[in-house]
Design a protein. Structure first.
Length: 425
């Protein structure tokens, strides 16, 4: 018996290095001056004389750049931006530099290295913003930047993406209680026009109730477009309070901006713990399950809004408190104005109806397996108002529902809206 000779084949394998990239951070240094910093994942090239010309690596759409400098490890480039005297509400600062990693597919004999490029948009109304790459499998901390200790810590598996992904988590803030920002009755208003802020951030700032004085900056935690803001695991959110205006830290509560309701909602710690105050750093820690715009207020209302009317074009719904337990609790129906308090068991569902939509409505509540747990009927009055419906936490058989995540569906007049709830016993 003869065996065939084994054949041998040689294959060329092309190794592609992970492409390096850059991230931007901005901190306000004066009324219209900013410090802009670019951090790279690989050192910037040091092969040519021009590689040490930091000023040539940045350019601005308007304003004046100065004092460009590179760190000793060649992974950070800082530059000052003077935006005084310009009419624009934002400035784009573009960073371009070669890394020290060669591109195996490059055909350039002059510049074979991989290029790193990014743009930092400096909004004149934002006091600080920073981007941080976080591995979903390992978790990490995203800071707001500057000397502010505020940050969000994401545990492994918190982000709703594959474990092998890389997610850039951003955090930005807009200061409060400055000249030009305080209304006559003590409330807050954005210091500049809408163009000086990212659109979603400005909507949150503009919705701040005029009767409530913020006790911190407004902090916005944001993810790349298309990524779910709901987290799979709780994140630790730490915000710095204004030590000049806070006299009683026990009265501090965290609120988040609910865009659907155009209202600020009390953010309870999703693990059931009380907010943790660190007087040394002037910070408050609360565990949250989503990314949003947050602010510390001296209030105990579950929902704070500037108006009882609803101006949306589609049905909107959310519940409060969320998460909730089955204990008896008092909630404020802001539709009828401050002071109308109702005692409920479970949670209150707030439904916003567009103008012209009224009649019989239905709320279906499902568990995560898609099984209906509860059906609740309600009669809606005239549209352009908020309607309030209690869910006492029982199922259709009258028994208490189990702890877990539930999905609500509001149906009325051919329209419907889904929202998410969490029951914790």
């Amino acid at each position: 018996m003869r065996l065939a000779a084994a054949s041998e084949e040689r294959l060329d394998i092309l190794f592609k290095p992970v492409k390096p990239y850059a991230m931007g951070a901005v901190a306000k240094a004066g009324t219209r001056s900013f410090s802009v910093e670019f951090t790279t994942t690989k050192p910037m090239r040091k092969r040519k004389d021009s590689d040490d010309d930091s000023a040539s690596m940045v350019r601005a759409s308007t304003g004046a750049l100065s004092a460009a400098s590179m760190s000793a490890d060649r992974k950070t480039l800082s530059v000052s931006l003077d935006a005084s005297g310009i009419s624009a509400s934002s400035v784009s600062v573009v960073f371009t530099a070669y890394s020290n990693v060669e591109d195996p597919e490059s055909t350039s004999a002059e510049d074979p290295e991989l290029l790193m490029q990014t743009t930092a948009v400096v909004f004149l109304g934002v006091d600080a913003v920073k981007e941080t790459p976080i591995s979903p499998s390992q978790g990490g901390k995203a800071k707001v930047g500057g000397d502010d200790p505020s940050h969000v810590f994401l545990s492994p598996g918190a982000l709703d993406v594959s474990a092998s992904s890389r997610v850039v988590v951003g955090m930005q803030k807009a200061e409060t209680n400055k000249p030009g920002q305080v209304r006559a009755n003590g409330g807050y208003r954005p210091a500049l026009a809408a163009g000086a802020y990212p659109k979603a951030f400005y909507r949150a700032l503009e919705a701040a109730p005029p009767s409530i004085k913020p006790l911190s900056a407004f902090y916005d935690v944001f993810l790349p477009l298309g990524l779910r803001t709901q987290l799979k695991k709780p994140a630790e959110l730490v915000l710095q309070y204004d030590s000049n205006t806070v006299t009683d830290t026990g009265s501090l509560n965290l609120y988040w901006y609910n865009e659907a309701a155009n209202a600020y909602v009390l953010q309870q710690d999703v693990t059931g713990r009380a907010p943790e105050v660190a007087s040394a750093n002037k910070t408050v820690k609360v565990r949250v399950n989503h990314c949003s715009t947050f602010v510390l207020l001296q209030s105990r209302s579950l929902v704070i809004t500037d108006t009882g009317t609803f101006s949306g074009g589609e049905v909107e719904a959310f519940n409060y408190p969320n998460p909730f337990d089955l204990a008896s609790k008092s909630v404020d129906l802001t539709q009828a104005g401050a002071g109308q308090i109702e005692t409920i068991r479970g949670t209150m569902i707030r439904v916003g109806l567009p103008a012209g939509l009224s009649g019989e409505g239905k709320i279906h509540i499902f568990n995560v397996a898609g099984e209906r747990v509860k059906g609740i009927s309600f009669t809606a009055g005239s549209g352009a108002r908020f309607n309030y419906v209690e869910w006492d936490g029982t199922n259709d058989s009258g028994r208490d529902a189990a702890s877990g995540v539930y999905f609500g569906e509001v149906k009325i007049g051919g329209q419907k809206k889904f929202f998410r709830m969490a029951l914790i016993k």
